[in-house]
Design a protein around this ligand. Structure first.
Ligand code: GUE
Ligand code: MG
Length: 287
């Protein structure tokens, strides 16, 4: 049903590099540098690599990018004041507040405070609503990156059975909507799904986003499926593994993303793509 040759490993790092190259070429033609501000409160280790990789990629592509580091004990009101200043700053096109936040700060309040036009994570209810109603808006980076990878892998989407494992606001739900918009027949499976393995086995396209190391075993994969592994889990030994047992799954899949080097680099490239999109829209150069 799907077109890629058996066992193809989808090179997310290479796809992300090409996307960043296209963004850089476009930015080089602009009379301004799209501005991105990443706000980090405390030093959650899950955010560390991401912030470093993002800073490097943004600068290389010609963005005006900076990380604003705040102490772990920052009060919610002070973070909201900073966001308001970034909302009003005409040089800032994109605002990303790193999650998770320390316990004294309510993430919903923070996300709601970001100007939807600058919400490059696509987490604001206005952008979620636009996606749900098929209006143009900022789309969450990871699901957007997954769609790029599926297209690069040559996956046939129209009419295909797609299973999304996980129902988070950040990945599962927007992922399901993008697949639906691409004419897949979409199932959202989750921790309460009766027979997860059986649901997954029916999938021609399987997107795993549960955050449980190697939960998806080889015998959950249908022959010739395209498998996208969104999970980035660190083992006690310090190794990175996905939500899919890669070696087992690769034997049965037509194509599969590795961890690292799969979805992760695409999330960063799509954050930059969203920042450029936000800049073009805000500054009246709609494309
Ligand atoms: N508001 C917000 N938006 C986010 O998008 C967000 C966030 N908060 N908080 C943290 C998570 C995590 N995240 C990653 C993105 C890329 C890699 C990535 O590029 N990973 C490399 C490996 C990096 C390594 O070696 O550890 C890869 O998968 O190949 C990792 C993690 C975005 N996040
Ligand atoms: Mg769950």
């Amino acid at each position: 049903m799907t077109s890629p040759p058996p066992g193809q490993i989808i090179d997310g790092k290479a796809v992300a590099e090409r996307l960043r190259g296209r963004l850089a070429a476009r930015i080089a033609t602009l009379p301004f540098r799209p501005g991105l501000r990443v706000v980090r409160v405390g030093d959650d280790p899950a955010s560390g690599v991401y912030v470093r990789n993002k800073d490097r990629a943004a600068a290389a592509a010609g963005f005006d990018s900076a990380t604003i580091q705040l102490p772990a004990e920052t009060r919610e009101a002070d973070l909201l004041t900073l966001i308001e200043a970034l909302n009003l700053d005409p040089a800032v096109d994109g605002i990303l507040v790193q999650l998770p936040l320390p316990p004294q700060i309510r993430p919903d309040m923070v996300i709601a405070a970001i100007d939807p036009a600058k919400d490059v994570d696509g987490f604001h209810a206005v952008n979620a609503g636009r996606l749900a109603t098929r209006q143009p808006g900022l789309v969450p980076c990871t699901p957007k990156g997954v769609m790029h990878l599926l297209r690069e892998a040559g996956a046939k989407l129209a009419g295909a059975r797609a299973v999304v494992l996980g129902r988070s606001m950040i990945v599962g739900r927007p992922m399901a909507q993008l697949l639906l918009d691409a004419d897949c027949t979409v199932t959202i499976a989750h921790s309460r799904t009766r027979d997860l393995a059986a649901e997954c086995r029916r999938a021609e396209i399987l997107v795993a986003a549960v955050g449980r190391p190697e939960m998806v075993r080889g015998d959950w994969i249908g022959d010739g499926a395209v498998v996208i592994d969104v999970g980035i889990n660190r083992t006690p030994q310090g190794r990175l593994v996905g939500d899919v047992a890669f070696a087992e799954a690769a034997v049965r899949a037509a194509a599969i993303t590795p961890v690292p080097g799969g979805v992760g680099p695409m999330t960063i490239a799509c954050l930059l793509e969203n920042t450029l999109e936000a800049a073009l829209r805000r500054r009246g150069a709609v494309t």
